[in-house]
Design a protein around this ligand. Structure first.
Ligand code: GDP
Ligand code: IMO
Ligand code: MG
Length: 428
């Protein structure tokens, strides 16, 4: 397995951090290929519970090289505080590598993220306010600053001066907000640049040399398929390609090196922020409240309460298609132990038509009514199970049903947040 991609199949927070941590020990490098500090990946290992935003979850293993690829955006302040937090917990970041081509999140990106949301009013996206959209916008507009610009103060100042011409005009004239000077930003960014310099690396070259030397790479997706800028519920998405194809452009590793794509799916569904969600349970629904409290469904990055709903096989089947999934990991199966019966959405109905794949037209998706099949619950604690055959019959049937609907084998089952609380069926 030269390279594998791990990708969220739903609307994020599927447990990508946990599964990445679980399997990272089998790889030599773990690479983030898109997104920035909007991600919040929880890792619980060796008694440590950590929330990672920028650093790949593979950092927990000594000898595994964590790489922040060119497709990512880097918030220097959050990155450095994360490195300090990790090192404070005894987790070394000495091997960390950051692509010189990754873009830098500037303070004005965060201002603009907040201002855009305010302007949208009730149509807001519900972003994490980490400056993600505005930073990727500047990248596409070719006025972004990249990590490599931190290597040369003169270049950093020149590029910043140029970017501020249009940015300050927008801040002042469109939003009536305070503007920035080169000096003000340099005061905080240049000292941070000094600390980041040692990690900067030609990461595409490094990763390809590793592959040539017979090493294995894991790509750790952030966000998820339904938040992908092209394949998600646009405009209620993030501003990068979270799907498996993003691993190629976001790292400079060719697609022929990838032989497995592991989709992570929660055994039910959650979403944070705005946008359509066909199987959402209404506010105050008893089952929704149970999933929320038993599953501790609160955002790692923003602390927001996650919207909860039933497992949507149409969404995961779509994720199987757009990512080319070879394997599935089903997480949080233990949480469903609190329910008498469990619903699974097997299709949508809209205007008298039945859909078994995510409809391309936004209006159809907005008005899609889920068609459910109801399965019996198992009503017991499965968090101690370590083997598929230890699971109650109803839980095995639930997994078999999911597998059949996705047409992808379920290779990993997570039954608790700890690394050990896992059933590994076919992943190795
Ligand atoms: P990510 O963004 O995809 O990495 O997911 P998050 O870390 O944002 O959210 C997943 C949450 O579920 C975290 O609090 C994990 O510790 C927790 N978690 C992951 N897998 C399981 C599981 O199988 N069972 C339970 N009960 N919790 C889990
Ligand atoms: P992980 O990697 C869940 C959502 C936000 C918002 C939309 C756009 O932990 O799964 P952005 O700040 O990216 O411009 O927000 O995307 N969002 C996430 N939802 N998990 C995430 O990351 C998310 N990152 C962004 O809530 O709806
Ligand atoms: Mg998360």
């Amino acid at each position: 397995m030269p390279a594998s991609v791990l990708v969220g199949t739903q609307w994020g927070d599927e447990g990508k951090g946990k599964v990445t941590d679980l399997i990272s020990g089998d790889f030599d490098c773990v690479v983030r290929y898109q997104g920035g500090a909007n991600a919040g990946h929880t890792v619980i290992a060796n008694g440590h519970k950590l929330a990672l935003h920028q650093v790949p979850s593979g950092v927990m293993y000594e000898g595994v090289v964590p790489v922040i690829g060119n497709g990512c955006i880097v918030d220097p302040e959050i990155l450095l505080s994360e490195i300090d937090m990790l090192e404070g917990q005894g987790v070394s970041c000495d091997l960390l590598k950051i692509s010189g081509n990754a873009h830098i999140v500037m303070p004005y990106h965060k201002d603009l993220d907040g201002a855009n949301e305010k302007r949208l009013g009730k149509n807001l996206i519900g972003t994490t306010k980490r400056g993600v959209g505005p930073c990727y916008k500047d990248k596409m507009d070719r006025i972004g600053l990249r990590v490599q610009d931190m290597l040369d103060e003169k270049i950093f100042r020149e590029k910043l001066e140029s970017a501020l011409v249009s940015t300050n005009a927008i801040l002042a004239k469109v939003y009536g907000m305070p503007t920035y000077t080169v000096e003000k930003i340099c005061e905080t960014y240049l000292p941070m640049a000094e600390r980041i310099k040692p990690y900067i690396c030609e990461s595409s070259l490094f990763l390809n040399e590793e592959l040539e030397a017979g090493k294995n790479i894991l790509f750790e997706g952030a966000q998820a398929t339904m938040l992908d800028i092209d394949h998600g519920t646009y405009p209620f998405v993030t501003s990068s390609n979270c799907t498996a194809g993003g691993a190629v452009t976001g790292s400079g590793v060719g697609p022929t090196n990838i032989d497995r794509v592991l989709g992570i799916a929660k055994a039910y569904l959650t979403r944070v922020g705005s946008g359509p969600f066909p199987t959402e349970l209404p506010e105050g629904d008893e089952v929704g409240d149970k999933l929320s409290s038993v599953g501790h469904e609160f955002g790692v990055t923003t602390g927001r309460k996650r919207r909860c709903g039933w497992y949507d096989a149409v969404v995961v089947n779509y994720a199987a298609r757009v990512n080319g999934l070879t394997d599935l990991a089903i997480t949080k199966l233990d949480v469903l132990g609190c329910l008498d019966t469990i619903k699974v959405c097997v299709a949508y109905e809209c205007d008298g038509k039945r859909y078994t794949t995510v409809p391309e037209h936004q209006s159809v998706f907005y008005h899609a009514k889920p068609v459910y099949e109801e399965l019996p619950g198992w009503k017991c604690d499965i968090s101690g199970c370590r083997d598929f055959y230890q699971l109650p019959r109803e839980a095995k049937d639930y997994l078999d049903f999911i597998e059949q609907l996705a047409d992808v084998r379920v290779s990993i089952v997570a039954v608790g947040p700890d690394r050990e609380q896992t059933i590994n069926r076919h992943w190795k």
